[in-house]
Design a protein around this ligand. Structure first.
Ligand SMILES: *[C@@H]1O[C@H](CO)[C@@H](O)[C@H](O)[C@H]1NC(C)=O
Ligand SMILES: *[C@@H]1O[C@H](CO)[C@@H](O)[C@H](O)[C@H]1NC(C)=O
Length: 353
């Protein structure tokens, strides 16, 4: 196996190493209350760009780490009923990151987008000194929203919008970290492309939100500001790109990527790209990072993803009775308690053999 590229080391740094530390934090309390310096203190041994960022901007490193976790949670949601479900089991997940399969592309893209999201949110909330929310000083009014407000109302930029530029830069700095420019191998090019595709899935889909001001519901003035898309929308979009991911290989000059196959369109900036075919993820395999699907809960009536046929790779499934307690027959008592009974629920689940 080839050594990891620089960009891959960047993601290892953010995703895997803090994951262990995050585990520690969970043991003592919420990761949200820990002091920002702690990630960096634990990372003293690191050298290069990341160590430098730790020293100069520890509070941003903290947001970056939050963003990476946001990306990972979204990956787990989007892949919840697939054979590979984005479980961040350290060793196996590390193997996924070292390849250049579609799944790798998705992880890179969604974490790069998560980082912009977390940093930008912190900026908008006034939690970082380096950035703030965006006050648009454009003289061009926002696009009037169809159906809202009367003809005569005035529109202007106002309020405090999400300024993605700072988060975008930070995502680039952290995710694309390479010590030297130039000598780029094909894998690095692919990783960098997918990082950027993830960032664009967020940046190119900013929303405009508006609010009416005026007496008794009249819209004498409407102010508008920019908002980031919900992260779920970013995840949905990236999943579509995952489904249509484009296979590439290195061009003759060693610096460009060309699509594989003749009828295939060249990838645009927002496409996810990969160079190696995915394993089937049916069986556990340390080399490919597959945990296998044995024991996975599946749906015996569904024929698509998540259905036992597909998920269990034809090995079949068994039914298992599970018993658990659930709140039921809840009643509201004035004022203000809800009292519930405990009911025992019997349920059949299907598990892959
Ligand atoms: C994802 O897969 C792993 C390994 O097969 C399994 O342990 C885990 O429960 C799965 N997660 C979900 C949400 O299905
Ligand atoms: C199983 O799949 C069927 C058909 O797609 C669906 O109607 C049902 O809600 C699914 N059950 C569960 C537990 O997800």
């Amino acid at each position: 196996m080839l050594p990891p590229s620089r960009a891959q080391l960047g993601l290892f740094f953010i995703l895997l190493f803090p994951a262990n530390i995050i585990g520690l934090w969970w043991a003592v309390g919420s990761p949200l209350v820990m002091e920002p310096n702690s990630i960096c203190r634990k990372m003293k041994r690191l050298a290069g760009k990341h160590a430098e960022l730790c020293q100069t901007e520890p509070e941003i490193v903290n947001e970056v780490s939050k963003g990476a976790r946001l990306g990972l949670r979204e990956c787990q949601y989007q892949f919840r009923s697939r054979r590979w479900n984005c479980t961040n089991h350290n060793k196996y997940f590390g193997k996924i990151l070292q390849q250049d399969i579609r799944e790798t592309a998705f992880v890179y893209a969604v974490t790069a987008a998560g980082v912009i999201h977390a940093v930008t949110q912190a900026c908008s909330m006034g939690e970082l000194l380096q950035c703030s929310c965006e006050v648009i000083r454009s003289r061009f009014p926002p696009h009037p929203i169809a159906g809202a407000g009367s003809e005569a109302s005035a529109w202007e930029w106002g309020g405090c919008g999400d300024d993605v530029e700072f988060g975008y830069e930070k995502s680039r700095q952290f995710m694309d970290a390479r010590q030297k420019k130039g000598k780029s191998d094909i894998r690095t090019l692919i990783d960098l492309h997918n990082n950027e595709a993830g960032r664009l899935a967020l940046k190119n889909h900013m929303r405009t939100e508006c609010k009416c001001h005026g007496l008794s519901g009249s819209c004498t003035l409407t102010t508008c500001w920019k908002k980031m898309p919900h992260f779920r929308e970013v995840g949905d979009q990236l999943l579509e790109r995952f489904n249509g991911a484009i296979k590439v290989m290195g061009g003759n000059d060693g610096k460009t990527l060309v699509p594989v196959g003749h009828s295939i369109k060249p990838p645009d900036q927002q496409d996810l790209i990969y160079s190696a075919d995915s394993p089937d993820f049916c069986n556990a395999n340390r080399k490919t990072g597959s945990l296998g699907t044995r024991g996975r809960a599946c749906n015996s009536t569904a024929m698509d993803l998540g259905g036992c046929d597909l998920l269990c790779c034809g090995r079949g499934h068994r039914e298992e009775a599970v018993v658990f307690q659930e709140n039921c027959l809840c009643r509201f008592h004035w004022c203000c308690v809800v009292q519930c009974k405990k009911c025992t629920v019997h349920k059949e689940v299907s598990l892959c053999l």
